[in-house]
Write a protein that binds this ligand. Structure first.
Ligand SMILES: NC(=O)c1ccc[n+]([C@@H]2O[C@H](COP(=O)([O-])OP(=O)(O)OC[C@H]3O[C@@H](n4cnc5c(N)ncnc54)[C@H](O)[C@@H]3O)[C@@H](O)[C@H]2O)c1
Length: 342
């Protein structure tokens, strides 16, 4: 098969490309504009192109040339908490870039699309979230993912291609961008400690989430590209066990400092809630178990240990704030970004 993976230098996209290349059965095309990914994440056995999916004309030409049969779409501006302050970037990099990719794919005979969506589409409904709940996003990122899901369903029906919508749940692990100050809570906590700084927790830290180690994600998104039973399904991927952010913080600190006690100045500090942050967000995974054979194999402690081992090898990274600032620099911008605290 001719397979195209977008966001291929990013965290989850690069793991997926590695797994697809490892099958040794397919031609794997990979694109990324390098706005978020690492160069070292690019698999040299994939056919990589640096391409900004917001460039409609170039994307059209590229896809007419590649003619993918399967599209795994992972490219995104995935900064959910920031999307209230960068709504244009979220719309362009998520919905618009997806349309610029999907439409030529349809024109050129795509057979199946695997769209990486998000738990954010459930919004503030009562967890655990199951796939039959309505879409009711609370933030701009969730709105773009909702629109992407709905457009996929409509276009799939009208133009007759197969599709699978994946809603991953806080995925973490090696190769994740540690220098992003706007997202990836585990990566931010670890990178602050590597930089010999405390990290910050928004609100009381009692928000509940569950966390998926990357090895418990990649095999299942891969399968979603091929399994007949997955066609036209929406599937949550992630463990069913949830943790509060305070519990996560304890796990990270305990593993980072091993047997040493945590120095007073490196203990977390608390800040006001972020605007529109959903308090509790975790999901059911029975559908993933049934259709994709999902199993949680790496529990949080073990996953964090593996990520910290990798991050310590990477060493401290400088946090990269947006060069031109946020689109909406208002009084409600969270303090860590406004004052560049981390
Ligand atoms: N990591 C998570 O916990 C999580 C949870 C839910 C959903 N998701 C979704 O999964 C997907 C992958 O997330 P990730 O954590 O690997 O993020 P990531 O930031 O590591 O990867 C996304 C990649 O997309 C690329 N990209 C952004 N805009 C682009 C453009 N215009 N053209 C080409 N490439 C572009 C970036 O350079 C980056 O490498 C995203 O769609 C995200 O919304 C992630």
């Amino acid at each position: 098969m001719r397979i195209l993976v977008t966001g291929a230098a990013g965290f989850m996209g690069s793991h997926l490309v590695d797994a697809l290349v490892g099958l040794n059965q397919h031609e794997v095309f990979a694109v990324d504009d390098m706005s978020g990914g690492y160069k070292s994440n690019i698999n040299p056995k994939s056919q990589f192109a640096k391409l900004d999916l917001r460039d409609k004309k170039k994307v059209w030409e590229y896809i007419a040339h590649v003619k993918p049969e399967i599209l795994y779409h992972l490219a995104a501006d995935a900064t959910e908490g920031r999307s209230q302050f960068t709504p244009i970037s979220a719309s362009e990099r998520n919905f618009l870039a997806y349309m610029y990719t999907l439409v030529p794919c349809i024109k050129n005979g795509i057979k199946r699309v695997v769209l990486t969506s998000s738990m954010s589409v459930y919004g503030a409904q009562k967890p655990p979230f199951s796939e039959n709940m309505r879409r009711d996003p609370e933030d701009v990122y969730g709105i773009t993912k909702t629109a992407m899901e709905e457009a996929t369903e409509v276009l799939g029906k009208v133009h007759n291609f197969e599709f699978v919508i994946i809603r991953p749940h806080n995925v973490y692990g090696p190769k994740q961008n540690l220098s992003d100050p706007y997202r990836n809570v585990i990566g931010i906590f670890i990178n602050c400690l590597l930089n010999n700084k405390n990290f910050y927790i928004y609100g009381k830290g009692e928000q509940k989430r569950s966390f998926t180690y990357i090895d418990d994600f990649t095999p299942y998104i891969l399968k979603a590209g091929f399994l007949k039973e997955a066609d036209k399904e929406i599937i949550n991927i992630g463990p069913s066990k949830e943790y509060t952010i305070n519990q996560l913080s304890d796990v990270v600190l305990r593993i980072f400092f091993r047997k040493r006690s945590v120095p007073e100045r490196l203990k977390p500090k608390y800040l006001p809630d972020r605007p529109q942050e959903v308090k509790d967000a975790y999901c059911t995974n029975e559908k993933a178990e049934k259709i994709l054979g999902y199993k949680t194999t790496v529990e949080l402690e073990e996953g964090v240990r593996r990520m910290i081992d990798w991050a310590k090898k990477m060493g401290p990274q400088k946090f990269n704030y947006l060069k031109d600032g946020l689109e909406l620099e208002t009084k409600d911008v969270p303090e860590t970004w406004k004052k560049r605290l981390i």
